[in-house]
Design a protein around this ligand. Structure first.
Ligand code: SF4
Length: 174
């Protein structure tokens, strides 16, 4: 085996041993928020310092929603949860679930999720669930659609939002 090939294999092996964090892309400074605003948190630096490979994802961009885009919201209809774009009435839950399953099942390894708080896609238990499209009547709070799939497919992997990750875990994750 040539030294070059052997080195490549070592590099690949080392890469496969490194921990991986899936992170909402808007937390990493990508312009993908619904309002087009760019925000970057101190997450990339912390994860890199701890040796993580970062996998960024914006589920709403991945299903074809642009930037800026009309907001979407989760609506509770009886026992069912819907994901609807308020201004167009477009129903997006199946598309978002389909993308999420495909994306997550392709990942060979995930050690950590850091997902944007309060998002109807990425929110981790803190996403508003509305009673209808028209007003601000809140039925409760839940996971966003993508976050829910993360928990179903990787039930043992911790899920944080940007606030509790930076506040409580930057020192303790290793
Ligand atoms: S919260 Fe999720 S879906 Fe919304 S902009 Fe960020 S990465 Fe995209």
């Amino acid at each position: 085996m040539s030294p070059h090939l052997s080195e490549n294999r070592r590099t690949l092996k080392n890469r496969s041993l490194r921990k991986r964090a899936v992170v909402s892309a808007c937390l990493l400074g990508f312009r993908c928020r619904y309002d087009g605003v760019v925000r970057e948190y101190d997450i990339r630096r912390i994860l890199r310092a701890k040796g993580y490979i970062i996998v960024s994802v914006c589920p709403e961009m991945e299903i074809g929603l642009g930037v800026p885009r009309r907001p979407i919201r989760i609506i509770a209809k009886g026992k069912h949860i819907l994901l609807i774009q308020k201004s167009t009435g477009a129903r997006l839950k199946r598309r978002l679930e389909g993308f999420s399953v495909n994306f997550l099942k392709k990942l060979k390894r995930v050690d950590l999720f850091i997902l944007k708080s309060r998002s109807p896609s990425c929110g981790n238990g803190d996403c508003k669930v509305f009673r209808n499209l028209r007003d601000e009547d809140i039925a409760g709070y839940s996971d966003g659609i993508f976050a829910k799939m993360c928990k179903e497919i990787f039930p043992d992997v911790p899920v944080f939002n940007e606030e509790n990750f930076i506040r409580r875990l930057s020192e303790s994750i290793n």
